[in-house]
Design a protein around this ligand. Structure first.
Ligand code: HAM
Length: 416
Protein backbone atom coordinates (compact mmCIF):
# COMPACT_ATOMS: atom_id res chain seq x y z
CA UNK A 1 0.00 0.00 0.00
CA UNK A 2 1.39 3.40 -0.92
CA UNK A 3 0.00 6.79 -0.02
CA UNK A 4 -0.54 10.03 -1.87
CA UNK A 5 -0.71 13.52 -0.45
CA UNK A 6 -4.20 14.92 0.14
CA UNK A 7 -5.87 16.46 -2.94
CA UNK A 8 -4.91 20.12 -3.30
CA UNK A 9 -1.96 19.78 -0.88
CA UNK A 10 1.45 19.02 -2.24
CA UNK A 11 5.08 18.49 -1.34
CA UNK A 12 7.47 21.30 -2.07
CA UNK A 13 10.39 19.30 -3.41
CA UNK A 14 14.12 20.08 -3.17
CA UNK A 15 14.38 21.12 -6.82
CA UNK A 16 11.94 24.02 -6.30
CA UNK A 17 13.12 25.08 -2.85
CA UNK A 18 15.48 27.73 -4.25
CA UNK A 19 12.42 29.77 -5.26
CA UNK A 20 10.96 29.52 -1.77
CA UNK A 21 14.15 30.52 0.03
CA UNK A 22 14.73 33.39 -2.40
CA UNK A 23 11.18 34.63 -1.93
CA UNK A 24 11.30 34.28 1.87
CA UNK A 25 14.61 36.16 1.99
CA UNK A 26 13.18 38.96 -0.18
CA UNK A 27 10.07 39.22 2.06
CA UNK A 28 12.19 39.38 5.23
CA UNK A 29 14.45 42.01 3.69
CA UNK A 30 11.53 44.24 2.63
CA UNK A 31 9.87 43.77 6.02
CA UNK A 32 13.08 44.88 7.75
CA UNK A 33 13.40 47.92 5.48
CA UNK A 34 9.81 49.00 6.22
CA UNK A 35 9.99 48.17 9.95
CA UNK A 36 7.62 45.17 10.19
CA UNK A 37 8.31 42.50 12.86
CA UNK A 38 7.56 38.84 12.31
CA UNK A 39 4.67 37.12 14.07
CA UNK A 40 3.89 33.38 13.90
CA UNK A 41 0.34 32.61 15.04
CA UNK A 42 -0.77 28.96 15.31
CA UNK A 43 -2.30 27.21 12.31
CA UNK A 44 -5.41 26.07 14.21
CA UNK A 45 -7.84 28.57 15.76
CA UNK A 46 -11.34 28.49 17.24
CA UNK A 47 -13.80 28.44 14.32
CA UNK A 48 -15.67 31.43 15.70
CA UNK A 49 -12.64 33.67 15.17
CA UNK A 50 -13.03 33.26 11.41
CA UNK A 51 -16.82 33.15 11.23
CA UNK A 52 -16.98 36.43 13.15
CA UNK A 53 -13.84 38.02 11.72
CA UNK A 54 -14.15 37.11 8.05
CA UNK A 55 -17.97 37.01 7.94
CA UNK A 56 -20.59 34.26 7.77
CA UNK A 57 -21.70 35.27 4.26
CA UNK A 58 -18.25 34.94 2.67
CA UNK A 59 -17.27 31.97 0.50
CA UNK A 60 -14.23 31.43 2.71
CA UNK A 61 -16.36 30.84 5.82
CA UNK A 62 -19.35 29.36 4.05
CA UNK A 63 -17.69 26.81 1.82
CA UNK A 64 -13.95 26.69 2.19
CA UNK A 65 -12.96 26.12 5.81
CA UNK A 66 -11.40 22.92 7.15
CA UNK A 67 -13.43 22.73 10.34
CA UNK A 68 -13.42 19.81 12.78
CA UNK A 69 -14.30 19.09 16.41
CA UNK A 70 -11.40 18.39 18.78
CA UNK A 71 -11.61 15.56 21.31
CA UNK A 72 -13.69 17.69 23.65
CA UNK A 73 -16.11 18.69 20.90
CA UNK A 74 -14.81 22.26 20.45
CA UNK A 75 -15.01 23.48 16.88
CA UNK A 76 -11.55 24.22 15.48
CA UNK A 77 -10.50 25.40 12.01
CA UNK A 78 -7.29 25.30 9.98
CA UNK A 79 -6.67 28.98 9.31
CA UNK A 80 -7.88 30.09 5.85
CA UNK A 81 -5.99 33.39 6.23
CA UNK A 82 -3.97 35.14 8.93
CA UNK A 83 -5.43 38.62 9.45
CA UNK A 84 -8.03 37.38 11.96
CA UNK A 85 -5.30 35.45 13.84
CA UNK A 86 -2.94 38.43 13.93
CA UNK A 87 -5.73 40.64 15.27
CA UNK A 88 -6.67 37.98 17.85
CA UNK A 89 -3.05 37.89 18.96
CA UNK A 90 -2.88 41.71 19.04
CA UNK A 91 -5.88 41.82 21.37
CA UNK A 92 -4.97 38.73 23.44
CA UNK A 93 -1.46 39.94 24.24
CA UNK A 94 -2.56 43.41 25.24
CA UNK A 95 -0.78 45.11 22.34
CA UNK A 96 -4.04 46.96 21.77
CA UNK A 97 -3.66 48.76 25.10
CA UNK A 98 0.11 48.74 25.82
CA UNK A 99 1.56 49.52 22.43
CA UNK A 100 -1.32 50.10 20.06
CA UNK A 101 0.70 50.83 16.92
CA UNK A 102 2.13 47.58 15.56
CA UNK A 103 3.57 46.63 12.21
CA UNK A 104 3.69 42.87 11.77
CA UNK A 105 4.41 40.38 9.01
CA UNK A 106 3.97 36.63 8.60
CA UNK A 107 4.76 33.78 6.25
CA UNK A 108 3.01 30.43 6.49
CA UNK A 109 0.56 27.82 5.26
CA UNK A 110 -3.19 28.56 4.92
CA UNK A 111 -6.01 26.14 4.10
CA UNK A 112 -9.08 26.59 1.93
CA UNK A 113 -11.29 23.87 0.53
CA UNK A 114 -11.32 25.24 -3.02
CA UNK A 115 -11.29 23.52 -6.38
CA UNK A 116 -7.59 22.94 -7.07
CA UNK A 117 -6.34 24.45 -10.33
CA UNK A 118 -3.34 26.43 -11.58
CA UNK A 119 -2.46 28.93 -8.85
CA UNK A 120 -5.16 27.62 -6.50
CA UNK A 121 -4.65 24.86 -3.96
CA UNK A 122 -6.11 23.70 -0.66
CA UNK A 123 -2.93 24.14 1.31
CA UNK A 124 -1.18 27.26 0.06
CA UNK A 125 1.26 29.71 1.59
CA UNK A 126 0.77 33.37 2.24
CA UNK A 127 3.14 36.17 3.16
CA UNK A 128 1.42 39.20 4.54
CA UNK A 129 1.75 42.41 6.51
CA UNK A 130 -0.61 44.05 8.99
CA UNK A 131 -0.19 47.64 10.20
CA UNK A 132 -2.50 48.18 13.16
CA UNK A 133 -3.23 51.40 15.05
CA UNK A 134 -3.43 54.31 12.61
CA UNK A 135 -6.10 55.73 10.33
CA UNK A 136 -3.64 57.77 8.33
CA UNK A 137 -4.00 57.27 4.56
CA UNK A 138 -0.18 57.37 4.33
CA UNK A 139 -0.21 53.98 6.10
CA UNK A 140 -2.47 52.46 3.42
CA UNK A 141 0.09 53.66 0.92
CA UNK A 142 3.03 52.29 2.94
CA UNK A 143 1.41 48.86 2.85
CA UNK A 144 0.93 49.15 -0.92
CA UNK A 145 4.56 50.31 -1.22
CA UNK A 146 5.66 47.13 0.63
CA UNK A 147 3.88 45.09 -2.04
CA UNK A 148 5.38 47.08 -4.93
CA UNK A 149 8.88 46.96 -3.39
CA UNK A 150 8.72 43.20 -3.12
CA UNK A 151 7.71 42.88 -6.76
CA UNK A 152 10.50 45.26 -7.70
CA UNK A 153 13.08 43.31 -5.64
CA UNK A 154 12.00 40.14 -7.43
CA UNK A 155 12.31 41.85 -10.81
CA UNK A 156 8.66 41.31 -11.71
CA UNK A 157 6.97 43.52 -14.28
CA UNK A 158 3.64 43.26 -16.10
CA UNK A 159 1.71 43.95 -12.89
CA UNK A 160 -1.17 46.24 -12.20
CA UNK A 161 -2.62 47.47 -8.93
CA UNK A 162 -6.41 47.61 -8.79
CA UNK A 163 -7.62 50.07 -6.19
CA UNK A 164 -10.98 51.00 -4.73
CA UNK A 165 -12.66 52.30 -1.58
CA UNK A 166 -15.68 50.52 -0.17
CA UNK A 167 -16.25 53.15 2.52
CA UNK A 168 -17.32 52.77 6.14
CA UNK A 169 -20.09 50.55 7.56
CA UNK A 170 -22.68 53.28 6.88
CA UNK A 171 -21.56 53.66 3.26
CA UNK A 172 -21.75 49.94 2.71
CA UNK A 173 -25.24 49.78 4.21
CA UNK A 174 -26.32 52.42 1.70
CA UNK A 175 -24.40 50.73 -1.16
CA UNK A 176 -26.05 47.38 -0.36
CA UNK A 177 -29.44 49.02 -0.95
CA UNK A 178 -28.17 50.53 -4.21
CA UNK A 179 -26.95 47.09 -5.32
CA UNK A 180 -30.19 45.35 -4.33
CA UNK A 181 -32.12 47.90 -6.38
CA UNK A 182 -29.78 47.28 -9.31
CA UNK A 183 -29.95 43.46 -9.18
CA UNK A 184 -33.64 43.14 -8.21
CA UNK A 185 -35.05 42.98 -11.79
CA UNK A 186 -32.66 40.16 -12.77
CA UNK A 187 -31.92 38.26 -9.58
CA UNK A 188 -34.13 35.34 -10.64
CA UNK A 189 -31.85 34.76 -13.68
CA UNK A 190 -28.68 34.81 -11.58
CA UNK A 191 -26.94 31.81 -9.95
CA UNK A 192 -28.15 30.22 -6.72
CA UNK A 193 -25.18 31.64 -4.79
CA UNK A 194 -25.99 35.16 -5.97
CA UNK A 195 -29.61 34.72 -4.92
CA UNK A 196 -28.38 33.85 -1.44
CA UNK A 197 -25.86 36.71 -1.53
CA UNK A 198 -28.63 39.11 -2.56
CA UNK A 199 -30.28 38.53 0.83
CA UNK A 200 -27.16 38.06 2.97
CA UNK A 201 -24.74 40.59 1.49
CA UNK A 202 -25.16 41.81 -2.10
CA UNK A 203 -21.54 43.08 -2.14
CA UNK A 204 -20.47 39.45 -2.48
CA UNK A 205 -22.35 39.28 -5.82
CA UNK A 206 -19.62 41.47 -7.31
CA UNK A 207 -17.09 38.63 -6.76
CA UNK A 208 -19.21 36.07 -8.63
CA UNK A 209 -17.33 34.41 -11.49
CA UNK A 210 -20.38 32.73 -13.10
CA UNK A 211 -20.74 33.66 -16.76
CA UNK A 212 -24.51 34.06 -16.45
CA UNK A 213 -24.10 36.64 -13.68
CA UNK A 214 -21.26 38.72 -15.19
CA UNK A 215 -23.38 40.95 -17.49
CA UNK A 216 -25.54 42.10 -14.55
CA UNK A 217 -22.41 42.72 -12.49
CA UNK A 218 -20.54 44.61 -15.21
CA UNK A 219 -23.10 47.41 -15.31
CA UNK A 220 -23.64 47.59 -11.53
CA UNK A 221 -22.98 50.98 -9.90
CA UNK A 222 -19.51 51.33 -8.34
CA UNK A 223 -18.78 51.88 -4.65
CA UNK A 224 -16.89 55.13 -5.03
CA UNK A 225 -20.00 57.16 -5.94
CA UNK A 226 -21.50 56.19 -2.59
CA UNK A 227 -18.85 57.29 -0.09
CA UNK A 228 -19.49 59.66 2.83
CA UNK A 229 -17.41 62.85 2.99
CA UNK A 230 -14.79 61.35 5.39
CA UNK A 231 -14.32 58.18 3.33
CA UNK A 232 -14.14 60.16 0.06
CA UNK A 233 -11.47 62.38 1.66
CA UNK A 234 -9.51 59.35 2.82
CA UNK A 235 -9.66 57.79 -0.64
CA UNK A 236 -8.52 61.03 -2.29
CA UNK A 237 -5.58 61.23 0.13
CA UNK A 238 -4.57 57.62 -0.62
CA UNK A 239 -4.57 58.39 -4.36
CA UNK A 240 -2.62 61.61 -3.83
CA UNK A 241 0.07 59.77 -1.78
CA UNK A 242 0.30 57.05 -4.43
CA UNK A 243 0.71 59.70 -7.14
CA UNK A 244 3.39 61.44 -5.10
CA UNK A 245 5.34 58.19 -4.72
CA UNK A 246 4.89 57.37 -8.40
CA UNK A 247 3.11 54.11 -7.58
CA UNK A 248 0.74 53.28 -10.41
CA UNK A 249 -2.82 52.01 -9.91
CA UNK A 250 -6.08 51.56 -11.76
CA UNK A 251 -9.36 52.43 -10.02
CA UNK A 252 -11.75 49.48 -10.14
CA UNK A 253 -15.14 50.64 -8.78
CA UNK A 254 -16.35 47.00 -8.48
CA UNK A 255 -13.42 45.74 -6.41
CA UNK A 256 -14.90 44.79 -3.02
CA UNK A 257 -12.71 41.76 -2.00
CA UNK A 258 -14.12 38.52 -0.70
CA UNK A 259 -13.81 39.07 3.08
CA UNK A 260 -16.30 41.06 5.13
CA UNK A 261 -13.85 42.89 7.41
CA UNK A 262 -12.74 45.47 4.85
CA UNK A 263 -13.49 49.17 5.20
CA UNK A 264 -12.38 52.03 2.94
CA UNK A 265 -9.24 51.14 0.90
CA UNK A 266 -9.13 47.79 -0.90
CA UNK A 267 -6.59 46.69 -3.49
CA UNK A 268 -5.30 43.75 -5.48
CA UNK A 269 -2.15 43.27 -7.50
CA UNK A 270 -2.77 41.25 -10.64
CA UNK A 271 -0.29 39.78 -13.07
CA UNK A 272 -0.91 39.39 -16.77
CA UNK A 273 0.82 35.98 -16.43
CA UNK A 274 -1.84 34.55 -14.10
CA UNK A 275 -5.44 33.89 -15.12
CA UNK A 276 -7.59 37.01 -15.28
CA UNK A 277 -9.23 36.40 -11.92
CA UNK A 278 -6.22 35.36 -9.93
CA UNK A 279 -4.64 38.06 -7.83
CA UNK A 280 -1.00 37.88 -6.86
CA UNK A 281 -1.93 39.61 -3.61
CA UNK A 282 -4.82 41.46 -2.05
CA UNK A 283 -5.55 43.59 0.97
CA UNK A 284 -7.06 46.69 2.41
CA UNK A 285 -8.20 48.50 5.54
CA UNK A 286 -10.11 46.80 8.32
CA UNK A 287 -10.98 49.57 10.77
CA UNK A 288 -13.63 47.61 12.68
CA UNK A 289 -11.94 44.20 12.99
CA UNK A 290 -10.03 44.80 16.24
CA UNK A 291 -13.24 46.03 17.89
CA UNK A 292 -15.25 43.16 16.44
CA UNK A 293 -12.79 40.66 17.92
CA UNK A 294 -13.10 42.11 21.41
CA UNK A 295 -10.39 44.79 21.41
CA UNK A 296 -10.70 48.56 21.67
CA UNK A 297 -11.79 50.22 18.40
CA UNK A 298 -8.50 50.29 16.47
CA UNK A 299 -7.99 50.68 12.73
CA UNK A 300 -5.72 48.46 10.64
CA UNK A 301 -4.53 47.89 7.11
CA UNK A 302 -2.62 45.08 5.43
CA UNK A 303 -2.34 42.64 2.58
CA UNK A 304 -1.41 39.06 1.89
CA UNK A 305 -0.07 37.36 -1.21
CA UNK A 306 0.06 33.75 -2.31
CA UNK A 307 3.60 32.35 -2.46
CA UNK A 308 2.67 29.60 -4.98
CA UNK A 309 1.25 32.18 -7.36
CA UNK A 310 4.29 34.39 -7.06
CA UNK A 311 6.59 31.41 -7.65
CA UNK A 312 4.52 30.45 -10.68
CA UNK A 313 5.15 33.88 -12.18
CA UNK A 314 8.82 33.89 -11.07
CA UNK A 315 9.52 30.45 -12.47
CA UNK A 316 8.18 31.44 -15.86
CA UNK A 317 10.65 34.32 -15.90
CA UNK A 318 13.73 32.79 -14.30
CA UNK A 319 14.23 29.22 -15.41
CA UNK A 320 17.75 29.02 -13.95
CA UNK A 321 16.86 29.61 -10.31
CA UNK A 322 15.91 26.03 -9.65
CA UNK A 323 19.08 24.60 -8.11
CA UNK A 324 21.73 25.93 -5.73
CA UNK A 325 25.38 25.06 -6.40
CA UNK A 326 28.02 23.43 -4.20
CA UNK A 327 31.55 24.81 -3.90
CA UNK A 328 33.53 21.60 -4.37
CA UNK A 329 33.02 17.98 -5.34
CA UNK A 330 35.64 15.42 -4.32
CA UNK A 331 35.70 12.42 -6.66
CA UNK A 332 37.46 9.48 -5.03
CA UNK A 333 39.09 6.40 -6.59
CA UNK A 334 40.36 3.57 -4.36
CA UNK A 335 40.55 3.27 -0.59
CA UNK A 336 43.24 5.85 0.03
CA UNK A 337 41.55 8.43 -2.19
CA UNK A 338 38.26 7.82 -0.36
CA UNK A 339 39.81 8.29 3.10
CA UNK A 340 41.48 11.54 2.04
CA UNK A 341 38.23 12.77 0.45
CA UNK A 342 36.22 12.14 3.61
CA UNK A 343 38.86 13.83 5.80
CA UNK A 344 39.15 16.89 3.56
CA UNK A 345 35.40 17.18 3.10
CA UNK A 346 34.81 17.40 6.83
CA UNK A 347 37.61 19.92 7.37
CA UNK A 348 36.41 22.09 4.48
CA UNK A 349 32.78 22.00 5.60
CA UNK A 350 33.97 23.37 8.94
CA UNK A 351 35.38 26.39 7.11
CA UNK A 352 31.88 27.09 5.73
CA UNK A 353 32.28 25.60 2.25
CA UNK A 354 29.70 23.28 0.71
CA UNK A 355 31.50 20.08 -0.25
CA UNK A 356 30.24 16.67 -1.32
CA UNK A 357 31.34 13.18 -2.32
CA UNK A 358 29.55 10.18 -3.85
CA UNK A 359 28.61 7.95 -0.91
CA UNK A 360 27.63 5.24 -3.34
CA UNK A 361 31.29 5.10 -4.46
CA UNK A 362 30.46 4.55 -8.10
CA UNK A 363 32.64 4.79 -11.22
CA UNK A 364 34.50 8.03 -11.98
CA UNK A 365 32.05 8.70 -14.83
CA UNK A 366 29.08 8.50 -12.48
CA UNK A 367 30.86 10.62 -9.85
CA UNK A 368 31.48 13.33 -12.46
CA UNK A 369 27.83 13.19 -13.49
CA UNK A 370 26.87 13.71 -9.83
CA UNK A 371 29.28 16.67 -9.56
CA UNK A 372 27.47 18.23 -12.53
CA UNK A 373 24.06 17.52 -11.07
CA UNK A 374 25.09 19.27 -7.83
CA UNK A 375 26.35 22.23 -9.87
CA UNK A 376 29.85 21.88 -8.34
CA UNK A 377 31.96 24.98 -8.94
CA UNK A 378 35.21 23.02 -8.42
CA UNK A 379 36.28 19.41 -8.75
CA UNK A 380 39.21 17.44 -7.37
CA UNK A 381 39.82 13.80 -8.33
CA UNK A 382 41.59 11.84 -5.59
CA UNK A 383 43.25 8.53 -6.53
CA UNK A 384 46.29 6.56 -5.35
CA UNK A 385 48.73 8.88 -7.13
CA UNK A 386 47.28 12.00 -5.50
CA UNK A 387 47.33 10.21 -2.14
CA UNK A 388 51.02 9.41 -2.48
CA UNK A 389 52.10 12.82 -3.78
CA UNK A 390 49.78 14.75 -1.43
CA UNK A 391 49.01 16.95 -4.45
CA UNK A 392 46.07 17.02 -6.92
CA UNK A 393 44.52 19.01 -9.80
CA UNK A 394 41.67 21.35 -8.93
CA UNK A 395 39.35 22.12 -11.83
CA UNK A 396 37.17 25.20 -12.02
CA UNK A 397 34.12 23.78 -13.69
CA UNK A 398 32.76 26.89 -15.41
CA UNK A 399 36.01 27.87 -17.15
CA UNK A 400 37.51 24.37 -17.37
CA UNK A 401 40.79 25.73 -15.98
CA UNK A 402 42.92 23.32 -13.94
CA UNK A 403 45.85 23.83 -11.63
CA UNK A 404 48.04 21.90 -9.27
CA UNK A 405 47.26 22.18 -5.57
CA UNK A 406 48.55 20.83 -2.26
CA UNK A 407 46.11 18.38 -0.58
CA UNK A 408 45.64 20.55 2.45
CA UNK A 409 42.34 22.03 3.63
CA UNK A 410 43.73 25.57 4.00
CA UNK A 411 45.24 25.52 0.50
CA UNK A 412 42.04 24.15 -1.05
CA UNK A 413 39.83 26.62 0.85
CA UNK A 414 41.98 29.47 -0.49
CA UNK A 415 41.60 28.15 -4.04
CA UNK A 416 37.81 27.63 -3.95
P1 HAM B 1 -7.19 36.90 0.08
O1 HAM B 1 -7.44 37.76 -1.10
O2 HAM B 1 -8.23 35.95 0.48
O3 HAM B 1 -6.85 37.90 1.27
O4 HAM B 1 -5.85 36.11 -0.13
C1 HAM B 1 -4.65 36.81 -0.43
C2 HAM B 1 -3.87 36.08 -1.50
O5 HAM B 1 -3.65 34.71 -1.12
C3 HAM B 1 -4.54 35.99 -2.85
O6 HAM B 1 -4.37 37.17 -3.60
C4 HAM B 1 -3.80 34.83 -3.48
O7 HAM B 1 -2.55 35.26 -4.00
C5 HAM B 1 -3.55 33.92 -2.29
N1 HAM B 1 -4.53 32.82 -2.24
C6 HAM B 1 -5.77 32.86 -1.71
N2 HAM B 1 -6.38 31.66 -1.83
C7 HAM B 1 -5.49 30.85 -2.45
C8 HAM B 1 -5.51 29.46 -2.86
N3 HAM B 1 -6.56 28.69 -2.63
N4 HAM B 1 -4.42 28.97 -3.47
C9 HAM B 1 -3.34 29.74 -3.70
N5 HAM B 1 -3.25 31.04 -3.33
C10 HAM B 1 -4.31 31.59 -2.72
C11 HAM B 1 -6.53 37.51 2.53
O8 HAM B 1 -6.26 36.37 2.83
C12 HAM B 1 -6.42 38.64 3.51
N6 HAM B 1 -6.10 38.09 4.84
C13 HAM B 1 -5.40 39.64 3.07
C14 HAM B 1 -5.24 40.80 3.99
C15 HAM B 1 -4.30 40.98 4.93
N7 HAM B 1 -6.07 41.84 4.09
C16 HAM B 1 -5.65 42.65 5.03
N8 HAM B 1 -4.58 42.12 5.58
Amino acid sequence: MTYESVKGMRDILPDEIAYWTKLEAAIRDIARRFGYSEIRPPIVEHTELFSRGIGEATDVVNKEMYTFPDKKGRSLTLRPEATASVVRSYVEHGMATQDPFQKLFYIGPMFRYEKPQKGRSRQFHQYGVEAIGSLDPALDVEVIAVAWSLMHALGLGGLSLRLNSIGCAGDREHYRDVLRAHFAPNIASMCKDCQRRYDENPLRILDCKERTCRPYINDAPGTSDHLCADCAKHFAAVRAHLDRLGLSYVIDPHLVRGLDYYTRTVFELVSSDLGAQDALLGGGRYDSLVGMLGGPETPGVGFAGGMERLILVLSEKEADLAGSRIDLFLAALGEEGWDIAIGLMNELRRTGLSVDVDYRRRSLRKQLALANKLGARHLIVLGDEEATKKRARIKEMDSGEERDIELDAAAIAAAV
